[in-house]
Write a new protein. Sequence first.
Length: 457
Amino acid sequence: MNDRIHSTARYRALDAAHHLHPFSDMAELNRAGSRVIVKAEGVYLWDSDGERIIDGMAGLWCVNVGYGRRELVDAACTQMQALPYYNTFFRTTHPPVIELSGMLAQLAPAGFNRFLYSNSGSEANDTALRAVHRYWALQGKPNKRYVIARHNGYHGSTIAGATLGGMTYMHEQMPSMMEHVAHIDQPYWFGEGGEMDAEAFGLARARRLEAKIIELGAENVAAFIGEPFQGAGGVIFPPSTYWPEIERICRKHDVLLIADEVIGAFGRTGEWFAHRHFGFAPDVITMAKGLTSGYVPMGAVGLSDRIADAIVDGGEFNHGFTYSGHPVAAAVAVANLTLLRDEGIVARVKDDAGPYFQQRLRDALSDHPLVGEIHGAGLVAGIQLAEDPVNRKRFANGSEIGTLCRNFSFDGNLVMRASGDRMLLSPPLVVTHDEIDEIVARANAAIDATAKALHIL
Ligand SMILES: *Cc1c(COP(=O)(O)O)cnc(C)c1O
């Protein structure tokens, strides 16, 4: 037995014995064994058997600058030596969090000048709710408590995040949910559009928000939260009519609009923030993932001046985490945002890599007998698998087929995720044309293999 095999076996045995993975059927996973990822460079991962895997998901939608960037490593090292930790609770602050806040104010839309920090996207959404509730209390409207979210949205896995999310398979395992959350239907035209054309459907789904606000009473509704495009829910891009109507309804009823930009921010669609791609203006922005390119954990919440000014003038806001604005995370975030800006990475997604990726995917897959639609912009895409693509008929066992396709892909050394019957791609933003060709070829091969397994090809 050579050393490599021996070490993989040892890792697998220890992992199976002692490590519970997120969102996994552990008995099933332990029988199959996890792949042990040991290193990464650019857009490639290597496992403990020396196999090279192309990462079509940028980790979990987060490694925007790619793996192995020395600038981020150096920033962490330097900061760890100078000041590995200090808090900002009691009249202190530190250079990394100051620089990061200044930088975010530059990069965020006009009117976003203040930021608070967390360690994850879930905590960013929890924090956004704390801030929104504080704001309405300070306005003398403490009854504005309800937050409206969407079925099949994803906002994290804390109690608040999972309640806000619209994942029934999560709700089913939650005997206690957060109070004052209501859900409306998602703008998923392929699956739920029926006879309507996409634009009419987008308007109809946005108007579900207005109906829900009226049902609850606008005087009781604090905010609406949505991902500009649903990520974990399947990279669902709403029809172009959707977001302008949502924004209009929020303004009309004085309901705050929270954009969950945990995936969308920092270049994914070719804009710094995905809400710009869809042309709407939020009141609160939550961020995480691409903020540090995942090198260390960090989340953030941007508050528009209306909310931030009220909180600043409103006395003590009793919220924060031990690691809010952690100096090492903040230093890495500054180095990461500097690369995204100064190397023109975000601009390249918009003008070059994004259009190339979208075109190559459509050239390869639009006419595939298993593919119903391809959604996306920049470097993110959702590929709908369907039984009858032309008539938008989905498979009855779509999740199994998505999982099958994902497994073919992973066996072929491409990380492509499945969400039900949609295949998801979201590569690092530094991906080259050749690497895009490789991702598309491997995705195509996995979808072909799936079709063959179903006797369609
Ligand atoms: C990943 C994600 C979250 C949760 O972030 P964590 O860091 O896993 O807590 C929240 N919202 C969206 C849109 C996400 O994709």
